[in-house]
Design a protein. Sequence first.
Length: 67
Amino acid sequence: MNTFLITLAVVGIVIAAMAIGVMFGRKPIAGSCGGLGTLGQDCEFGCKKPCTKREARMRAASAEHSN
């Protein structure tokens, strides 16, 4: 029973800490543009606003294809 109460308290503290982060307007957790690229896979859906590294890769790829 003690283990359950300790676990419940720890989970409650973690949830409270996340709520405090939201209340203070902290930047939300976001994925990176190339997470799957490191595994040799790329997102087929595309980003509405890609990061600068992805934009540079896209420009280099389009320049390579146009030659």
